[in-house]
Design a protein around this ligand. Structure first.
Ligand code: ATP
Length: 892
């Protein structure tokens, strides 16, 4: 029999389970038999295939052609060192391929590791007790508890349902929420059965219980997952810009190569040589390694963010974070601690502090209904913990339920029959209960919302009609509590007959108000100050009362002006998009009593104003706003699965301060990429100038092609990567956000790299070359054989000087303006590792026979090294002076 055509009891029996669920040993046995409940990932491209691709892309093919040409040249014109060039080019392709593969693999691993950080959790019933499990631990026969915002973890036959509606779009493509029941159904397919919820779909509202009948790949979703799983990685704008940049530079390099080919031809140099030189120039200047390096620095940033409790779900989010200009933040739990404690009550027409309750418990019996309400009307779950019943759920409800139990006493004779759960649009919830005095309906929520259902008020003098005067008193009482930053809940009740439903919210009796305190998080004021310093605007968008919102906002330093603009949900509803955009021009604005749907309007208006918007959310209804925003931020602890799925960033600690940390890291990545771009572009000039000098002044060639490759794809690589891993500089949060259209490669950066640092390096390299020649008695116009020891030493000096200059340059590139002394040499161990590797490579090239053979080098003496070091020191001084003058002009 199909499970959906059975009754709930039969369905349980058919799975050898019961309403109390499986016991632990049976669950363990089934886990071993049926396997873990997760979708096996469809094998992506085989690793070997992906490795092979590193050697077959466009640039690699150009290089292969170069290598073949070199070997062909050796064949026709032996003894000119062409074979060596061929070997070197092949070496370059291989090293470069391995390096790129390693970087991409590492980046992918980093992103994968993030996914593991936040496994899906579920509530299940085992041996009659509610337990928290990983979704992967579910087995057929388990009873799962579902509520609003949950992803259904496995295919389940429902056994108990309260207003459950599910969104099936992931499985059937239909986006309209569908109601679900526990009755048996006569449908053919489980896809249509109204008593089945399928893995991968989500609960839009209500609650329910169901027995798992299929897990992992045996679920309907598992079956279609094979068809639909794709590596749908999105490419970030930054990655796109880098790819574009690489192409432009490649085009330029190719142009230059062609130009040099013809220059060589005009000088009457052998055509082979010119061709290979052209290829060499192209190889040296094409930034093949740029994209993997950028991807890896983005991935490393995600790891640093995760360490600071911000989990990025897609790489592009890293840079959007870096350019965030506005954060729209919830209040409860994000800015505040979500540790609720009852502070004041308004009962019978007067205020009473919480501390008076124990002494007045007997008086309060008259108002017992309010406390029964607080004790019953909630969405909490009683979980067995260390031998006693603990309440799990919303801290506000826990605080209210505890105070309710304290005063109302034993409620064993009361039972809940039905409910309308809380939702942010209605801002109230209702519970229908069976009591010793008949059926009662209890409602609690925001005062404005509860008032719409009330006709009476319970005052000390007895029941009174809720006339305008009483309303005014109530609202004034709420204003007073809210003004002190308290969150105010109103309570109402009425008796109903046997046919009553939780929807009978009319003619109710308003029993009183309770004010709860939720202190701000300690880190938040500082985080807000940092945002202000960083030019980031923060807008509180709360469901709470405007006065509560304003009071909390003032406590945390979010509102500073006397007259901030406060817009409530009702006003927002009446505003046109244009009016909303204009309202957002106010220097300080706060949105209160906002429904989740309205968040989306605020986000849209801000985006229209050209802002890069980050928005927080945790409920199902927040998902559209999270998706619309540039950065959707979901809460890791209190957020629903649906919100997390819609978000780009998940806060593992629900803390606003973690958003600020993530923004800081996002900004740092952009700076880091600029740092390593400056670094690798600088060395292009000393690679080019020697050849120009050779062509224009007819001197021996100071730097050979193989030596250029040694720098670009050998010594420069690791230090560049280390610059990509720099920690955020404290000053990144003291600048306004980067303009969205600001280019990575600015003219300032190009000028600094090419026209300043690059020129200095080129001058030093040429100086070292002539220094060695001069010491050997060379005079202008004298030709040198390419195997002449003097010539070999001179080119080696040129190469070594470039490397020494780059060693210093790493430190100069750590900041475009700040002094080296202020930046210091510490804080990034990778830099030193990179430098050690760089020096090791150059020592191998200069001082080993195979290094000498392959790169056409010879050992150089101590004086040459000293000269190189002196040049590097001079560059350092000149760069310091340049930075100083920039700081002074900026300061002025
Ligand atoms: P924020 O949106 O900043 O987190 P919030 O938690 O107050 O603030 P909502 O959760 O949308 O926002 O709640 C809106 C209002 O609904 C609350 O101010 C409160 O009056 C009422 N409310 C919240 N939770 C419940 C609940 N569990 N039962 C009844 N009413 C509630």
């Amino acid at each position: 029999m199909r499970i959906h055509s059975l009754s709930a009891e039969q369905a349980l029996a058919s799975l050898n389970s019961s309403a109390a669920g499986l016991d632990a040993s049976e669950a363990a046995r089934r886990l071993a038999e049926y396997g873990a409940n997760y979708l096996e990932e469809v094998e992506r491209q085989h690793l070997l295939l992906r490795f092979a691709q590193e050697f077959t892309h466009f640039f690699a093919i150009i290089l292969w052609i170069g290598a073949v040409l070199a070997f062909v040249a050796e064949h026709f014109d032996p003894g000119q060192g062409m074979a060596r060039l061929g070997v070197a080019i092949v070496g370059v392709v291989i090293i470069n391929g391995i390096f790129s593969f390693w970087q991409e693999y590492k980046a992918e691993r980093a992103v994968e590791a993030l996914r593991q950080l936040l496994p899906q959790k579920v509530k299940a019933l085992r041996a009659g007790e509610i337990v928290g499990l990983l979704a992967s631990e579910l087995v057929p026969g388990d009873i799962v508890l579902l509520e609003e915002g949950d992803f259904v973890p496995a295919d389940c036959r429902l056994t108990e349902v309260f207003g459950l509606r599910v969104n099936l779009s992931t499985v059937t493509g239909e986006s309209l929420a569908k109601a679900r029941t526990a009755e048996s159904s006569s449908e053919e397919s489980p896809l249509q059965a109204r008593n089945v919820v399928l893995a991968g779909t989500s609960v839009v509202s209500g609650q329910g219980r169901g027995v798992v009948y299929a897990t992992g790949m045996r679920t309907e979703f598992g079956r279609i997952a094979h068809l639909t799983q794709t590596a749908g990685e999105t490419v970030s704008p930054l990655q796109r810009e880098i790819a574009r940049l690489s192409r432009i530079v490649a085009g330029l390099a190719t142009g230059m190569g062609v130009l040099l080919f013809f220059a060589g031809q005009a000088m009457g140099l052998p055509a082979w040589e010119n061709l290979l030189f052209a290829i060499g120039i192209i190889v040296a200047n094409v930034p093949e390694g740029l994209l993997p390096t950028v991807t890896l620095s983005l991935a490393m940033a995600t790891q640093r963010m995760a360490r600071r409790n911000a989990l990025v779900r897609h790489l592009p989010a890293v840079e959007a974070l870096g350019s965030t200009t506005v954060i729209c933040s919830d209040k409860t739990g994000t800015l505040t601690q979500n540790r609720m404690s009852v502070q004041r009550l308004w009962i019978g027409g007067a205020f009473m502090p919480r501390s008076d309750l124990p002494t007045r418990a007997h008086v309060l019996q008259e108002h017992r209904q309010l406390f029964i309400n607080a004790a019953l009307c909630h969405n909490l779950k009683a979980v067995e913990e260390a031998g006693r019943q603990a309440l799990h759920g919303d801290p506000m409800e826990i605080a209210l339920a505890e105070i309710g139990r304290e005063i109302a006493g034993d409620l064993a004779a009361f039972s809940r029959i039905d409910e309308i759960p809380f939702d942010t649009d209605r801002k109230r919830m209702s519970v229908l209960a069976e009591t010793p005095h008949g059926r009662m309906l209890y409602c609690k929520g925001a005062l404005e919302s509860v008032l719409t259902s009330c006709r009476f008020i319970h005052l000390d003098a007895g029941l009174a009609p809720l006339d305008p005067a009483a309303r005014t008193r109530l609202l004034a009482a709420q204003d007073e509590m809210a003004g002190a930053g308290l969150r105010v809940l109103a309570f109402a009740h009425r008796a109903v007959d046997e046919a009553g439903s939780p929807g009978d919210e009319q003619d109710m009796i308003l029993a009183g108000l309770i004010g709860l305190e939720d202190p701000p998080r300690a880190e938040v004021p500082d985080a807000i100050a940092r945002c202000h310093a960083a030019g980031i605007r923060i807008i509180m968008v709360t469901g709470d009362h405007p006065r509560t919102g304003v009071a909390i906002a003032r406590q945390i330093g979010l509102l500073r002006s006397e007259q901030p603009l406060v817009v409530d949900g009702e006003q927002l509803r009446l505003m046109s998009p244009t009016q909303l955009q204009l309202a957002l021009d106010a220097p300080e604005i706060l949105f209160a009593r906002v429904a989740a749907e309205q968040k989306m309007r605020i986000v849209e208006a801000l985006k229209k104003k050209g802002e890069i918007v980050a928005v927080t959310g945790d409920g199902v209804n927040d998902a559209p706003a999270l998706k619309t925003a540039d950065i959707g931020i979901a809460m890791g602890i209190s957020g629903t699965d649906v919100a997390k799925e819609a978000a780009d960033l998940i806060l593992l600690d629900d803390n606003f301060a973690s958003i600020v940390a993530a923004i800081e890291e996002g900004r740092a990545v952009f700076e880091n990429i600029r740092k390593f771009l400056t670094y690798i572009l600088s060395s292009n000039i000393p690679e080019l100038v020697p050849y120009l000098a050779f062509v224009l002044f007819r001197i021996p060639l100071p730097l050979t092609i193989i030596q250029i490759l040694a720098v670009d794809l050998g010594t420069d690589m690791l230090p560049a990567l280390a610059l990509g891993a720099e920690k955020p500089d404290p000053a990144v949060m003291q600048r306004p956000p980067r303009a969205p259209n600001e280019r990575l490669l600015s003219w300032g950066l190009i000028a600094r790299a090419y026209l300043f640092l690059g020129v200095l390096e080129a001058a030093a390299a040429m100086l070292a070359f002539f220094f060695v020649l001069d010491a050997a008695g060379w005079h202008y116009g004298q030709l040198l054989d390419r195997f002449d020891p003097v010539y070999l030493q001179a080119t080696s000096a040129c190469l070594a000087t470039i490397v020494v200059m780059q060693v210093i340059n790493v430190f100069l590139c750590r900041h475009p303006r700040r002094s080296l002394l202020a930046c210091g040499f510490g804080g990034n161990g990778y830099l030193w590792l990179g430098i050690v590797a760089e020096l090791a490579v150059i020592v191998l090239i200069l001082y080993t026979p195979s290094g000498n053979w392959l790169f056409g080098t010879a050992a150089i003496g101590g004086t040459t090294w000293l000269l190189a070091i002196a040049c590097a020191a001079l560059m350092c001084v000149l760069e310091e002076l340049r930075k100083l003058s920039i700081r002074q002009t900026r300061g002025a």
